[in-house]
Design a protein around this ligand. Structure first.
Ligand SMILES: [Fe+2]
Ligand SMILES: [Fe+2]
Length: 336
């Protein structure tokens, strides 16, 4: 898997990386890894251990200044500690709820995709392993949401209404569907890795859930990258051009769906409209967050031949342009 690559000592253009990878071998390796290393949230997380208890007024739920765009806003910083904790619990439960809603769509899409694969196609085995792991993730996220015990709806109402139709894209527009897979997985993975990297004092339930999730997502993201690198360059020039425009749009829409809380958040905690606008995405810090989320996807776009003068403008217009990662999961804290 590419996530274990050491940092290169000399710069290699992203387009030149991974070009020798044998896709069929990747599918075999990822499938074997799914069997060798997988988790069950009801075996691997000790939900009822005393230290896992979720109690009121625990400061470990306060949103991290570095990682969460809400946590670093002066409005949040100025709130009484008790309200910061309540917002932190709501926010973290809601992100988990959006995550499980996204993964539920993903599972249905993967089933839709594998349904029409011919006998002997190695992608059938891998995508089915992945769907099984995502089922475990939805169980794990829902368990955490239930234990936090707040009324969190997850994604905004519009996304929830159209959710039954989205998995159909796995059959009609499979490449766009896999863009969508990355558009959801990359922001969640990016945020969770940042949490774990900063060493923030997290509640043990949160850290257990994140560690387990990040470990399995590495495989899923690796598959999506390899699948797109294998299939996109083989398409005709017109299709590739259309895909180069669709890619940043899908990324931006899905990142918003996952990171921006629904209206219920503003109502529940009396968040001023100007604060919401600042956080999503007017302030410089927020803009930087948005750009940094997609460093790996920009690298992938270059590797797939999907960066051209027009698509670069779309990435920029959507506020998600910037330097491409040199390897997957490269921290981009200094990127501007
Ligand atoms: Fe997942
Ligand atoms: Fe995943």
């Amino acid at each position: 898997m590419t996530s274990t690559q050491p940092r290169p000592t000399t710069y290699t253009p992203p387009a030149k990386q991974e070009e020798q990878v044998d896709y069929s071998q990747v599918l075999e390796d990822l499938s074997s890894a799914s069997v060798r290393r997988n988790f069950d949230p009801y075996i691997d997380i000790q939900w009822d251990a005393p230290e896992m208890e979720i109690t009121e007024n625990d400061p470990r739920w306060i949103l991290d200044y570095e990682v969460d765009p809400i946590g670093r806003h002066p409005w949040y910083q100025s709130l009484p500690r008790e309200k910061q904790i309540k917002i932190g619990m709501w926010r973290q439960a809601n992100v988990a709820k959006v995550g499980l809603q996204f993964e539920s769509i993903l599972i249905r899409g993967l089933m839709q995709y594998s349904f029409k694969l011919p006998n002997g196609d190695k992608a059938f085995r891998y995508t089915t392993h992945e769907a099984k792991e995502e089922c475990n993730h939805t169980l794990m996220f829902q368990e955490m949401v239930n234990r936090i015990g707040m009324k969190t709806p997850g994604a905004k109402i519009g996304y929830r209404v159209i959710s039954p139709l989205v998995p159909l894209a796995a059959t009609t527009l499979p490449t766009v569907f896999f863009f969508g897979v990355l558009g959801g997985e990359e922001p969640i993975d990016h945020i969770q890795k940042d949490f774990l990297r900063t060493g923030a004092d997290l509640h043990p339930t949160m850290s257990a859930v994140m560690e387990l999730h990040v470990a399995e997502e590495a495989r899923h993201i690796s598959f999506a990258h390899n699948h797109l690198r294998e299939t996109v360059p083989a398409k005709g020039p017109l299709q590739r051009f259309a895909l180069s425009i669709a890619m940043p749009i899908v990324m931006r829409v899905l990142c918003g769906a996952i990171v921006v809380p629904p209206r219920d958040f503003e109502k529940e905690f009396d968040v001023p409209k100007s604060v919401m606008k600042d956080i999503f995405w007017r302030s410089d810090e927020s803009k930087k967050f948005l750009r940094n989320v997609f460093g790996d996807v920009r690298m992938l776009a270059e590797q797939c031949g999907l960066m051209n003068p027009v698509s670069r403008r779309v990435w920029r217009a959507l506020g998600i342009d910037g330097r491409s990662s040199r390897y997957r999961s490269e921290p981009l804290y200094t990127a501007s």
